[in-house]
Design a protein around this ligand. Structure first.
Ligand code: NAD
Length: 293
């Protein structure tokens, strides 16, 4: 059977390290870290995500400010709040929970966040920085996947890495991060021809396709490392990923389960970005790495 890459254990480890770092910053420099979380409307899934982020902040010792705005909030009102938070010195990170209601232009909102406080790593300046290998915040899910690989002793350099999906928050930054780690990267998508032929080349296969259990063993080379980014809930309320775990596990070398694989890493890396935002420029010899640990 394959090595099961345990995102629960690895994310818990990262949170412990961050808790320690935050405590030391408080003790030795009287510094605190603060994340502002903005939610517009009451989408139930968003409420759960926001609640989990606030819980993680409390656990690590990061202060969190919560802004729960009504669904009819205008774009101008939202951007005014962001502008205020951009100027508040005690606020280190700003997170706007997506998706936003249809009448609000998500891209304009993301652009209005100060890139130095953009702990989600979605601002074009941070995306551009990642592209040309400069410091900046990195999108949390792909950054978490790099941590999963590194902390599981899986080498990336020189490996054939194939990503299924080219979204701005997973597929594209994933490609750039694997490239930064010296992987040989192929990005596939809905218009890729002969998808199985391409994915079967992968030593490391990342599925971020958004289709439940689409990736069966025909897509996977024997012994490959399979990273499942997908999260889906079936009618019975049970979670599954983009990968058909039972079918793929017997033929691959390592695999992330759903739940308990990539999912927990996203919040851990968000917390990491918050701590980096908190210390940026304030502690000599440190800079906003927004990188992997
Ligand atoms: P998305 O819908 O934005 O992108 C999906 C991508 O898959 C697209 O680029 C599309 O071209 C490609 N695609 C669709 N059908 C395909 C097909 N038949 N063959 C090949 N490619 C195909 O999705 P996303 O935001 O990147 O998310 C992907 C999955 O990851 C979703 O299930 C989402 O819920 C999950 N997700 C999980 C986390 C986490 O924290 N674990 C974070 C973000 C997203």
């Amino acid at each position: 059977m394959p090595q099961v890459i345990d995102g629960k254990v690895i994310s818990a480890c990262i949170k412990e390290e961050l808790k320690e770092r935050v405590a030391v910053l408080k003790e030795t420099r009287g510094m605190s870290v603060c994340l502002a979380v903005i939610q517009v409307g009451k989408d139930p899934a968003s409420t759960v995500y926001v609640g989990n982020k606030k819980k993680a902040c409390a656990y690590i010792g990061i202060d969190s400010l919560s802004y729960e705005l009504p669904v009819e909030t205008t774009q101008e009102e939202l951007m005014r709040l962001i502008e205020e938070l951009n100027h508040k010195e005690e606020v280190n990170g700003i997170l706007v929970q997506l998706p936003l209601p249809d009448h609000i232009d998500e891209n304009a909102v993301i652009r209005s966040i100060d890139p130095k406080k953009d702990v989600d790593g979605f601002h074009p300046q941070n995306v551009g920085a990642l592209c040309i290998g400069q410091p900046g915040f990195v999108s949390c899910t792909p950054a978490g996947i790099i941590e999963l690989l590194k902390r599981s002793g899986i080498e990336i350099a020189g490996k054939e890495c194939v990503i299924i999906g080219r979204s701005n928050i997973v597929g594209k930054p994933m490609a750039l991060l694997l490239l930064r780690e010296n992987g040989t990267v192929t990005v596939t998508h809905s218009r890729t021809r002969n998808l199985k032929e391409v994915t079967r080349r992968a030593d490391i296969l990342v599925a971020a396709v958004g289709r439940p259990k689409m990736i069966t063993r025909e897509y996977v080379k024997e012994g490959a490392v399979v990273i499942d980014v997908g999260i889906h809930r079936n009618e019975a309320g049970k979670l599954c990923g983009d990968v058909d775990y039972e079918d793929v596990a017997p033929v691959c070398g390592a695999i992330t389960p759903v739940p308990g694989g990539v999912g927990p890493m996203t919040i851990a890396m968000l917390m990491y970005n918050c701590v980096e935002a908190g210390i940026a420029g304030k502690v000599p010899g440190t800079d906003r790495k927004g990188n992997c640990l």
